[in-house]
Write a protein that binds this ligand. Structure first.
Ligand code: CA
Length: 227
C-alpha cells in the first residue's frame, strides 16, 4: 500500500484530501505545519507528499528545499497545492522541481488522477532489468541511477524522463510525446516543467549532461554512444 503524506494547515482541506486518498486505498499521514511536515517526511519516508505552499512557520517552498537537500527525502515525489490566483507560485513550484501541482479548489477526481500518475512514475516497470547507455546505468527495479558506477539521486520523474530518452537514443523525441509519457498530459505549464527538469538533469549529470541534446522546435534527443 502506498503511503502518502499530506502537509496542509487548513484542517478541512487536509481531512478532505486524507479522506479521498484513504477511500482510494492509500495510507495517509497528515502534518499541519511546515516543520512538522519536514520531520514526518524524513521519519516516515512516504511514497508521495502532497504539499501546500501556504503554511505557517516554514512555507511550502522552504519545506520543499529541505526535502530536496536531504538524502532521505530527495527522491520522494511532491505534488504542490497552490491557490488559483497564484499562477506565479505554480510556475515557481514546478521550476523548483516539484513533480506536479494542483490548483485550489480542485476536485477529488483531479487529485486522484495526479496522485496515480505520479505514483505510476515511481513504480518499477514490469519485467524490469538493468538498462545501460554509455556512462548511465538504470536499475529499473530499485529506480536507482548510476553515473560511471556512482549512484546519483534522481527523482522518479527525472529517472523516467532520462530512461525514456536513453532507450530511444539517437531518435528525436517530440516535447508533447515526452510530456504525455512522463506527466500524462501536455499543456503550457507542463511544457515549462519539461525544460526545467531537463536543466536539472543536465546539472546532475555534469559533463555527461551534454549527451542530452535540445532539438529546436521539436524536443530532446539523447546522443548514441559507442559501446
Ligand atoms: Ca495552507
Amino acid at each position: 500500500m502506498h503511503k502518502i503524506l499530506v502537509i496542509e494547515d487548513e484542517r478541512d482541506i487536509a481531512d478532505l484530501i486524507g479522506f479521498n486518498l484513504q477511500r482510494a486505498g492509500y495510507s495517509v499521514i497528515k502534518a499541519h505545519d511546515g516543520l512538522t511536515g519536514t520531520e514526518v517526511a524524513m521519519k516516515e519516508r512516504p511514497d508521495l507528499i502532497v504539499l501546500d505552499l501556504m503554511l505557517p512557520g516554514r512555507d511550502g517552498y522552504g519545506v520543499f528545499r529541505e526535502l530536496r537537500r536531504d538524502p532521505r527525502s530527495v527522491s520522494i515525489p511532491v505534488i504542490m497545492l497552490t491557490a488559483r490566483a497564484q499562477t506565479e507560485d505554480r510556475i515557481q513550484g514546478l521550476e523548483a522541481g516539484a513533480d506536479d501541482y494542483l490548483t485550489k479548489p480542485f476536485s477529488p477526481k483531479e487529485l486522484m488522477l495526479r496522485v496515480q500518475a505520479v505514483l505510476k512514475r515511481s513504480d518499477a516497470p514490469p519485467g524490469s532489468v538493468d538498462f545501460s547507455h554509455g556512462p548511465f546505468r538504470f536499475d529499473k527495479n530499485a529506480l536507482k541511477f548510476y553515473l560511471e558506477g556512482e549512484p546519483v539521486d534522481l527523482t522518479a520523474t527525472e529517472f523516467k524522463l532520462l530512461l525514456f530518452l536513453c532507450e530511444r537514443a539517437g531518435k528525436q523525441q517530440d516535447r508533447n510525446d515526452l510530456l504525455r509519457t512522463v506527466w500524462g498530459y501536455s499543456d503550457e505549464v507542463h511544457s515549462r516543467t519539461l525544460d526545467t527538469h531537463m536543466k536539472r538533469l543536465r546539472q546532475k549529470l555534469g559533463p555527461h549532461g551534454a549527451l542530452i541534446e535540445t532539438v529546436r522546435g521539436i524536443g530532446y534527443c539523447v546522443a548514441t554512444v559507442s559501446e
